[in-house]
Structure formats: structure tokens, C-alpha cells
Ligand binder design. Structure first.
Ligand SMILES: [Zn+2]
Length: 443
């Protein structure tokens, strides 16, 4: 049985009960009392309020060892909704989730200017027939810019305030990796007792952590910069100011740069022919055109600069200073990943090397926080997640400090490309139905 938590009903008891019901899927009041340590009268009161608020409902009975049938309660999914917007460099991913974290609507549109986000919210929710009265709010998420990134957009806090005024709804802001972690925690029904972490492979590499049911944010909503954990003190220079950051070896951009150096094709078209087509290296000249076209844009600011692959022996900036837009980088990465998982040995070697680098940093993260479960997600895990997961499992089995005490489970996200937007919407849901976990916004 799980350990007991709060001994008596208090301000956090409602959140505790919602969280236990969420992770159990269906549970009786007696089991709730056992798991939370709250008294039966407290449980009865809070459950009654939660039913009246439409957050939970009774879903039938189960036999009881004590003779009387026990009524089971569960989260009522379709009563309230959270909306999540993930601001990518070129696109905006919009999702709506119900109270269980289930996705009820999704749309990807070209990224609109900031002053059109409210209109997009109206269009998206109207298209889903979601009444405003059942929408708990909107969360917007984006990658965290580098510390000295003067070209970064104004930032989410300003955007958040403007949207909250315009929509008349709670609006939250968060970094993409942290939101993804909360989304995985919520929709996977992870128990609040697990020390839970998430690695987000996007244009950079981020991580998010959920402890005791609450997202860990650090002093300035900047916790989880796994990409800037150094794996080599004399390694590749990083725009963050450090050297050897794992992002420079294992991010999507670093993989694309390594693949280009290895002469791999970076256009997805020819690689789409299927698993038996094992000869991408034989198919014509290296397609570097797409790499040389891009100007320095948000892609490089997010860690997408192609000199991410410059070996440490070379001076910083070597590699021609070429950079590539994130959209192009992302399709080039997908081409390499698709080749790797369909039998191309050279592509596999590039990704496996990146995964090996990530495994070293991930072990440091796991050791520092004594994590029990890690989910790999983000667009970089969509096609090549299994390559990263295999490396992480093998390395953690050998090196995790806690390996004799508990396993460190490594899992792949079910919806890696949408994880940040789903997580954003889950932030809203959690803040609405299990308040107390979420301090507010990154403003
Ligand atoms: Zn760095």
C-alpha cells in the first residue's frame, strides 16, 4: 500500500484527493481514506463537494471485503476542458484536453502574430463546440531562450497578461519541457508518490519534473535545463556560455549536423520508400541545399544552430556558420531518424551516438533527483525514440546510483509531437481541479 500523506483535512486535501482518484482511475471512499490518511468524514465532505462541482462522479460499485458494496468514484472526463497552445518557431499547435488529460481536439496552424492568438483561441474552441463556461483556461508554452538571447520574443509573461485580459479566462505560461512532464504525469495516471521526470527532445533538450503531484519549477521557472548539463568540460562551446553541453551532441540539431558531416541525405522524400529501401547513401549527392538556405532564425536560437555538431577540436563557429530554420532542421532530423529505424546503418550510428551522449547526462539527472520513472518525449522522440530509450535503459541499468534499490523505468511518450501542447492543457486542468499544485504563471 502507498504511504500515507496528509494526516487531516486541510487546504491541500482536495488536491490530494483529486490526484489519488486520477491516478487510481476508479476508487472507493474507503480506499481513498487508506491512501490519503484523511478521516472518513473529511473524505465524505470533499467527495461530496467534488461531485457537486462536476469534477468526479460515481461510476458503479465493487464488492467489498467488509461486506457492503463500495461505490466507486472517478474523474468525470467531459465536464471541463483545458486548452494548450504550443508556440513553435513556425507553427502553433492547439489542443483541448478533458479532465483526464484525454485529447478532445487538436489543430496545427501557421504561427499567428501575438495579437491574433486570442482570435485563434476563439476559432479553435468554437470549432470544437466547447462552451466557454466549461473551459478552465489557456496555457501557452514555448522553449526557454538562451540567457543572452536578445533576439528572443518579448516573452511569455507579457503575452500571458494580454491574453488573460482579452479572453477573460485564466492564462498560464510555461516552458515546453516542463509542461510536457506535467501532461505525461497527468494522462499516464502516474502516482504522486513517484519521483517523475520527462526528457523533452525538441530543438534543444529540456526536462521537467513532477514531485508530490506538483511540477518543480525552480527559482525562476527555469528548472530542467538538461540540455545544458555538461558532459565534457573542454567540449563544444554552447551559446549558454558553458562548454560540452549535452544539447550540442544530442539535440535534433546536433544530430542533423552530425548526419550532414557523415554524408547522409537530409531530405525526407527519398527515404520514404519503405523499410526495404536500405540504400539512402547510394542515392545521389548529399542534399545540403536545405542547410545552406536558411538564415539565422529562431531555430538556431533554440539550439538549432548547425554548428551544434562542430567537434570540440575545431574553433567555435567552424562549419561555415550555416544555420537552418527549425522547420527545415526538423524535417532533416526526421529523414535521418526514419533512415535509422528502417535499417540504415550510418543513420543509426549517428542517432545512437547522440543517444549515448544523452544517456550520460540523463544518468546525472536521475542520480541528482533519485527519479523512478523517466518518459522520453518531444518531436525528437517521435521516430527515433526507441533508439534513445534503449541507450538510456542500458546506461541507467549499469550506472544509476539507485539501481540496487529501485528500477528506473524509461518509457516513450504516446504523443511525442504534441506532448508540450497537451501538457499545457493539462496544466490548466490540474490548476482547475487540483488547485494548490500550481503556483500560477511564469510571469
Ligand atoms: Zn549550454
Amino acid at each position: 500500500m502507498a504511504r500515507r500523506e496528509a494526516p487531516a483535512a486541510g487546504p491541500g486535501s482536495r488536491a490530494l484527493i483529486v490526484d489519488v482518484i486520477r491516478s487510481a482511475a476508479a476508487i472507493s471512499r474507503v480506499e481513498l481514506a487508506d491512501l490519503t490518511g484523511l478521516t472518513q468524514p473529511s473524505i465524505s465532505n470533499i467527495v461530496r463537494d467534488l461531485i457537486a462541482d462536476g469534477i468526479i462522479h460515481e461510476i458503479g460499485s465493487a464488492d467489498s471485503v467488509r461486506g457492503k458494496p463500495r461505490k466507486l468514484i472517478a474523474i468525470k472526463p467531459a465536464n471541463r476542458f483545458g486548452i494548450g497552445f504550443h508556440l513553435g518557431p513556425d507553427t502553433l499547435t492547439c489542443v483541448a484536453v478533458d479532465l483526464t488529460g484525454g485529447v478532445v481536439g487538436r489543430e496545427v496552424v501557421p504561427r499567428p502574430p501575438a495579437d491574433r492568438l486570442a482570435r485563434q483561441f476563439d476559432d479553435f474552441t468554437a470549432g470544437l463546440d466547447l462552451p466557454r463556461s466549461r473551459i478552465e483556461g489557456l496555457a501557452i508554452v514555448a522553449p526557454t531562450p538562451y540567457p543572452d538571447d536578445s533576439a528572443a520574443p518579448d516573452g511569455l509573461p507579457a503575452l500571458r497578461a494580454g491574453l488573460a485580459d482579452r479572453l477573460g479566462l485564466p492564462v498560464m505560461a510555461e516552458n515546453d519541457a516542463a509542461a510536457a512532464a506535467l501532461g505525461e504525469f497527468w494522462s499516464r495516471r502516474v502516482s504522486r508518490e513517484q519521483a517523475f521526470g520527462c526528457i523533452y527532445l525538441g530543438s534543444g533538450i529540456g526536462a521537467g519534473f513532477v514531485f508530490g503531484g506538483a511540477l518543480f519549477r525552480g527559482a525562476s521557472f527555469d528548472a530542467g535545463e538538461l540540455g545544458h548539463v555538461s558532459i565534457d568540460y573542454a567540449g563544444r562551446e554552447c551559446p549558454c556560455g558553458n562548454r560540452g553541453c549535452v544539447e550540442r551532441y544530442a539535440s535534433m540539431a546536433a544530430v542533423v549536423a552530425d548526419a550532414a558531416r557523415a554524408g547522409l541525405p537530409l531530405a525526407s522524400g527519398p527515404l520514404d520508400r519503405g523499410p526495404l529501401d536500405r540504400g539512402p547513401l547510394d542515392r545521389g549527392p548529399l542534399d545540403r541545399g536545405s542547410l545552406d538556405r536558411g538564415s539565422l532564425d529562431r531555430g538556431s536560437l533554440d539550439g538549432g544552430s548547425l554548428d551544434g555538431g562542430v567537434p570540440s577540436a575545431e574553433p567555435p563557429g567552424a562549419g561555415g556558420g550555416s544555420a537552418v530554420g527549425t522547420a527545415t532542421m526538423s524535417s532533416a532530423y526526421d529523414a535521418v531518424a526514419r533512415a535509422a529505424v528502417t535499417g540504415d546503418a550510418a543513420a543509426f550510428a549517428v542517432l545512437d551516438r547522440a543517444a549515448g551522449h544523452l544517456a550520460v547526462a540523463a544518468t546525472s539527472m536521475v542520480n541528482l533527483l533519485d527519479l523512478g520513472r523517466v518518459v522520453l518525449t518531444g518531436p525528437g522522440a517521435a521516430l527515433a525514440g526507441s533508439i534513445y530509450a534503449r541507450r538510456l535503459r542500458t546506461h541507467l541499468d549499469r550506472t544509476a546510483h539507485s539501481r540496487r534499490r529501485h528500477p528506473v523505468v524509461v518509457e516513450l511518450s504516446a504523443q511525442p509531437r504534441d506532448a508540450a501542447s497537451i501538457g499545457a492543457a493539462a496544466l490548466i486542468v490540474q490548476a482547475a481541479v487540483a488547485p494548490g499544485h500550481t503556483p500560477g504563471t511564469s510571469g
